[in-house]
Structures are given as structure tokens and as C-alpha cells.
Design a binder for this molecule. Sequence first.
Ligand code: ADP
Ligand code: MG
Length: 294
Amino acid sequence: STMPPLLSAIANAGRHGVLAKSAVVMERLAQVDTVALDKTGTLTEGTPRVTDVRPLTESGLDEGKLLALAASAEHPSEHPLARAVVDAAHERGLALATAEDFGSAPGRGVRATVEGHLTEVGSPAHLLPAEDTHAHAVARELENAGRTAVVVLRDGATVGVLGVADRLRPDAAATVAALTRLTGRAPALLTGDNERAARHLAAEVGITDVRAGLLPQDKVAAVRAWEREGRKVLVVGDGVNDAPALAAAHCGVAMGKAGSDLALETADAIVVRDELATVPAVVALSRTARRLVI
Ligand code: ADP
Ligand code: MG
């Protein structure tokens, strides 16, 4: 055809299920030598399910009350863990209360007033007081089994721990292998989740460089450190928590289907078809396009 090569590269990327926002993106993709993958929603399906509901005895709550409380606070959140908690409550036919004064802290969790009580739901590392040894033990037990532990606090006191588990995408291992071939090094995993759950999952797909417990700004710091070494980094993510790293990277690609609006707006390209394997396919394509231009 008479289409200029870069434009036809964009059209080709589109046929592979990736929407590149400009021709420059294809050039940048072609230069990538380091890939950083987010975990939840990127390497995993992003539809985690609640597997454990553990009220602490001193809370006086039963499983249903604990789950309803957590789901009420999580209801306004678009985070995959929040969706898991709300779905679990709905499946059990639990009635939810309205969340007032809702706020979310990316990489940490949410807080809201539920029936007059300040309710916090999120990461043990950020929410659990150090002296709460029993809750820490329950969280660690769940994490050792590869789950994400989600703690629930009411008026500052820990009332329970939820266990959530997510599945790897079916094409996760093939994607990691393809990206390793293309760049000459295995991708790294950048995640806000706990180290135990992250390593459990990474080992299954051949990733050894695992950076866990990261806040959004820590993901940016990891990207900047690589780029100071002269590397060209591709970040693949889906969440609000990934947006700053997507922006900081040489190239940012967002998972479209369940991706947050902020991630989609910030990324240079969007995976429209919900397949992670389109990422290495498009990197390969961008290199072919560049050879045609040069
Ligand atoms: P990832 O980087 O793997 O996508 P996130 O940065 O989105 O993970 O989340 C990191 C951690 O922050 C989660 O593992 C969880 O402990 C906590 N967290 C964030 N948002 C929520 C939420 N809405 N409900 C519960 N926990 C949350
Ligand atoms: Mg994510």
C-alpha cells in the first residue's frame, strides 16, 4: 500500500489488538530493552476472588458481618481487590451499607465511614499496627499460601483479615518468555502486593527480579533508576497505582479491558484485546517497522 511505514505499523498494531496513541510510540517500543510488569490485573487476570474470611474473635463480628463491613467500604473503589470483596458479599446475599467520606490511597487501600464507624481496608504492611501480632500471624499464614491478605480495621482496631487469590493469565508464561527473547533479559515484576505472594507467582512464569510492597512513587523510582543506567524501559500496568510509572517510562502500555481510566489516559498504548501476549507481538512489530523506515 501507499501508507507510510509508521502509520501502517500503527494499523498493524491495531490488528494485533494494541492501540498506539501516536507513531512515536512505535519508535519508542522498538527501542525498549527492559520490561517491568505490574502484577495484579497485568500478569494476573485481575479478577481475584475472596478465599478466606477470618474475623478476629475479639471483634465480635462473624464472617458475614466482617465481609459486609469490608464490602461496604470497598464499594466505591475500582481496585480489583475491592471488586473481589464486593462480589463475595453479593454472592453471600449480604446487604451493604453506604460508604460516606470515601477515600482511597493507591497501593495501600481504602477508608470510609460505614454506619458511623471509620472503616479501613487494605494492605497489612500499611494498616496493621506492629503490636497486632495475632492479625499479623493470620496475614502471614495467608500470604505464605500465595494469597493477598487484606486487613479490616474499625475505628482503628483490627477486626479481621480476608484472603484473596488471583490467577495468572493463561498467556503470562509465554509472554515472559517472548519478552525475554526480545530484550535479552527477563522482565521484572513491580507490585504493591506483599513479597511472599509476589514471589510465589513470579516463580511460576520465570521472573526472578521481584520488587514488592511498592507504592506508586516507588514504581517510578525503579523505572528512573533503570533509565539512569541508560536503559529504555517499557512498563505494562493497569491500575491507578501504575499511572505515574507508565508516565515516567520510555514507553507505557496499559491493559485496556479492566484498566483504570487514569492508566488508560496516561499510557502511550493500550492493549484493547485482553491478551498480554499482544505486548511482545507489538514490540516485535515495532522493530520491523523501524527497519522499514531506516
Ligand atoms: P499491584 O501493584 O500488584 O497491581 P496495587 O498497588 O494495586 O497492586 O495494590 C497493592 C496493595 O495495596 C494490595 O496488595 C493491597 O494490599 C493494597 N490495596 C490497594 N488498594 C486496595 C483496595 N481497594 N482494597 C484492599 N487492598 C488494597
Ligand atoms: Mg495492577
